[in-house]
Each structure stands twice: as C-alpha cells, then as structure tokens.
Design a binder for this molecule. Structure first.
Ligand SMILES: NC(=O)c1ccc[n+]([C@@H]2O[C@H](COP(=O)([O-])OP(=O)(O)OC[C@H]3O[C@@H](n4cnc5c(N)ncnc54)[C@H](O)[C@@H]3O)[C@@H](O)[C@H]2O)c1
Length: 439
C-alpha cells in the first residue's frame, strides 16, 4: 500500500520546511533495471546519497524504508566500485524505491554539488568525516534537508562551521539530523528517561568505554597515487577521520553527554598513544586513548577507547549517582540499581527492541512531513567536540578547557575545492605528548 498525500500538503510541506520546490517526474522507464510500479507524485520525497560506503548504503536503505513515498534518485562517490556496490545492494533490497538514473550517479570530488543541483529534497552525508562541514554547509545553502553521519568534523574550525550551519538550517526550517544512533534506541531511551528523572539521584560520575579489536584495512593498487591509497584507508589518517576517538568512540562520549543532561564539561586531561598499530600503513592515528572530563560542579566523566588486536573488549556506560548506579552494555544490558531496581531486559522482550538506524530515519522523515524537521546539529557538534577535545589533550599532554579546545585554530586538511587524486597532503607526524603543541 503506497501512502500518498495531496498536492496541497506537498506544497505545504515544501513551504513549511524550506525544501527546494522541485519537478516531480523523471523518465524512470529508461532505467532498465527499475521495473517497479512506484509512481512519483507531488508528495514523493527524493533522497540523494553522498558517500556510498557501508553506512551510506544502510542509511539510504533506511531512508527509503521510512515512508512509502520516499525514493532514492541520486548518488555520489569518488570510487566507482563503491557506487556500483551500493547501487546494486540497494536495488536488490528495494527495487521499487531506487530510481537513480545513470546520469544521476555522480563521480568525483565535486559529485556532492551535482547531487545538490539535482531535484533531491533530502541528502544523506556519509563520506569520511573530513568532508562533512563543507558538505553540510553546501546542502543547507542549497535548501536540502540533511541526514549526516557522525563525527561532524575533524577539527575545531570544522565544528564551529557545523554549529553555524545548524543554526542556518534552523532558520530555514530544514532537517539537520546526525547519526548519533543510540539516541534512537528504545532500551537507551527508556533507561535515560529514568536516569534523567532522578532514578539514581544526582549523577556525579560517568564511565564509558569503546574498546574494540583491530579494524579493517582495505587493499590498494600499486598504480594508485598516494592520496587514493590514503582515502581508501581513511580511518588511519587523522586529517580524514579525526582519529578513532572521534570516528568511533564518539558514540560513547555522546552517551556520556546524554547522562549528564548534555551539559558540557569545563576541563579535560588525558593520555593516549600508538603501541600495537605502528606500521606505516596505519597512517598517524593512535590506537588507545584515556580521557577524564571535569564538569563545573566537580562531576567527572572517564572515557577509555582502544583499537588493539587480541585485547579485552568493552562498549559500555556506567553512571553513578548519589542514590544508585546504572550500567549499560550498549548492545545487551540496561540496568538501574537505585531507588528502584529496574532492567530493560526484564520489563521488555526482544520484540520491543527497535532497529535504531531505522527509527532515526522514520522520525526524521515524519518530522519533515509534519513541517517541523528535527535539528540536532548543535548537540551533535558538541558530542563530536568532546571527542576532539579528548584527542587534543592526549596528543599534546596538556590540560585544556572547553573554550580553549573549541577555539583551536588548527586545521587538519585542505579546503574542499582542493581535493583531487593528485593531492599531496602531508599528514602530521604521529603526535607526541609534551612535544606536539596545542594550536
Ligand atoms: N552511526 C554509526 O553507527 C556509523 C557506523 C559506521 C560508520 N559511520 C560513519 O559513517 C561515515 C562513513 O563510514 P563508512 O563506514 O560508511 O565508510 P566507507 O569507507 O565504507 O564509506 C565512505 C564512502 O565515501 C566515499 N567518499 C570518500 N570521499 C568522498 C567524497 N569526497 N565525496 C563522495 N564520496 C566520498 C568513499 O568512496 C566510500 O564509498 C563515517 O563518518 C563513519 O564514522 C557511522
């Protein structure tokens, strides 16, 4: 059953949400593979995907599943095989909702501009994080709603740019939703509702982990230039990924922030280094971090993250208050031991568990249709900043305040228009605390 709404409501949705008014029919019968009965209508929401890797493919699928009248019409990437793998996977999964004409598969570093110039209403940004601030700004300037993956930037000027763009999105009434997916997980929501309602009293300490093993390393071709090899393995270059505390462990820091009511700490100190992942092919990132955040009233946030092979793993959050404590193994256990003991897994069953990735898109598209699109951009930028701040104190060995970290002028990579396959960007040396200076 296709859900459709009227022309009037389409016009209303466009007017109230600031989206570009677009023509709504394409010659889909030229697409060969797309033999579906989907009919475009004036309420169809068209999505463009920028960055067709693992997460982008998943997010695009969730977007088109969020509502019967949402379709994918444009894609952008810099590696042809990523584009084709994503396109075929999406088409297999959702043959009637993937309406990407051959001339709407855009390649290259300016491919994001072509998606934005096409008639999409919503864009998904899932490239490596270094591109995010510029892509976000361009998307909002083009009047598109955006779903964007975390982290939102790799340096403080990037974070500040995202905060400004989030405000601009608000003024234009455009959706601006981040991929901090745990905020959409039902067990987390139920647990955090209780925590923020005082179930363990005033929270004074939060301890979070993101300890995993080694991550993927993708084969490269000898014929490729330096930058192509680096971008293929972007995780290992801090100017592309932000380092793993930003790229991965930022989820745990977002969970920490949520427990603290999204109040920001005032000071951070920490350590980190590179012990087991030392080969040249692993660029310049660390393989472990340990950071302590201090809040204005003396509350503390402790965070450990590592990506080291054959070590113990943990991905959890523990919150301690003056009337109890809470423990969450993020995938499996959510328990509160406080005024009243409670465990999500005891009160609910597996069927109550949601797919948080699907829920985030369901809620984003519903909010767009309602004319009150979700904008969590400032919060997402703040959570990303917590991770960047942790990286800064670990890299330099200095203790830094929030204001110092946020006002850092250090820019890690080139400007967006300078990216091309001949780029010869010299990555910073692996940071050495006490020698690497805060800038
Ligand atoms: N929320 C989550 O749980 C979650 C999970 C995984 C990844 N992520 C985030 O999603 C983002 C993408 O991660 P991934 O795992 O999909 O990585 P990936 O390497 O699989 O995908 C990135 C894609 O972007 C493409 N790309 C690179 N530069 C581009 C450019 N300038 N323009 C267009 N395309 C470009 C790459 O070719 C690749 O296809 C990262 O920010 C990552 O942190 C979030």
């Amino acid at each position: 059953m296709k859900k459709t709404t009227t022309d009037t409501s389409r016009r209303k949705f466009l007017r109230t949400t600031g989206a570009t008014v677009v023509g709504s029919s394409l010659a889909f019968n030229v697409l060969g593979k797309n033999n579906s009965d989907f009919h475009f209508n004036s309420d169809t929401i068209k999505v463009g995907l920028i960055g067709c890797g693992g997460r982008g493919t998943g997010a695009a699928n969730q977007a088109i599943n969020s509502d019967p009248n949402v379709v994918l019409t444009a894609m952008a990437d810099v590696f042809e095989e990523s584009m084709e793998t994503a396109y075929n996977a999406l088409l297999d999964e959702n043959p009637d909702k993937v309406k990407v004409a051959p001339d709407h598969k855009f390649m290259g570093f300016d491919s994001y501009k072509k998606v934005l110039e096409s008639d999409v209403d919503v864009v998904i940004l899932a490239t490596p994080p270094c591109f995010r601030p510029a892509h976000l700004e361009a998307a909002i300037d083009a009047g598109k709603h955006v779903f964007f993956e975390k982290p939102v930037a790799v340096d403080a000027p990037g974070i500040r740019r995202v905060i400004a763009t989030a405000k601009k999105a608000k003024e234009k009434n455009l959706g601006f939703m981040s991929g901090f997916c745990w905020r959409y997980d039902y067990p987390k929501r139920a647990t955090y509702d209780r925590l923020l309602d005082g179930a363990i009293g005033d929270i004074h300490t939060v301890y979070t982990t993101y300890n995993t093993g080694a991550l993927w390393w993708k084969e490269t071709k000898p014929s490729w230039g330096k930058f192509k090899k680096e971008l293929r393995n972007w995780l290992y270059y801090n100017w592309l990924s932000g380092d793993h505390i930003m790229e991965q462990a930022v989820h745990s820091l977002d969970l920490m922030s949520w427990a603290m009511g999204d109040v920001l700490p005032v000071k951070a100190v920490g350590t980190g280094g590179r012990q087991s992942r030392t080969e040249e092919r692993f660029g310049n990132v660390y393989d472990h971090f340990s950071i302590i955040y201090e809040y204005a009233n003396g509350e503390k946030g402790f965070h450990i993250a590592r990506q080291q092979k054959d070590c113990s793993r943990a991905y959890h959050i523990e919150a301690m208050g003056n009337k109890g404590r809470a423990n969450m193994e993020v995938f499996s256990k959510h328990e509160i031991m406080g005024k009243k003991n409670w465990q999500w897994e005891k009160e609910f069953s597996k069927k109550d568990k949601n797919n948080m990735y699907q829920t985030e898109h369901d809620e984003l598209f519903a909010s767009i249709r309602k004319g009150n699109p979700i904008n969590d951009g400032v919060r997402a930028a703040n959570s990303t900043m917590l991770a960047l701040w942790g990286r800064m104190v670990a890299y330099t060995g200095e203790s830094l305040t929030w204001d110092q970290a946020l006002n850092s002028e250090e820019i890690l990579g080139p400007k967006i228009d300078e990216y091309n396959w001949d780029l010869d960007w010299k990555m910073a040396d692996v940071a050495q605390p006490g020698i690497t200076k805060f800038k």
